[in-house]
Design a protein around this ligand. Sequence first.
Ligand SMILES: [Zn+2]
Length: 101
Amino acid sequence: MEEKNAKIKAELAAHNKTLKKKLKIEEQESKAIKIPEKGYIDASDLPPMPSFVQPRPESSINLNAPKCIICRGTVYFYEKQDPPTCLYCEKIVLDNATEVC
Ligand SMILES: [Zn+2]
């Protein structure tokens, strides 16, 4: 009895294997683009591409970045840090400065 069971199991496994292969081939064939009557494939025959999303660089999402003491805007590393002042406000301060060093 056990011998028979093992034989059936093996047959089933082989059958499943061929079935899987067949399904895979069918899937690939259905995915393949059929060449239209005009004789070539162009963009209008292809499915639309997923929309492009610009990845945000990690460094630009710095929540701990200092805020400008004047306009509360984010102050970047290349701007005045002590006190934190954005380039825009720094310019106003400098323009209004009457002292000449
Ligand atoms: Zn500012």
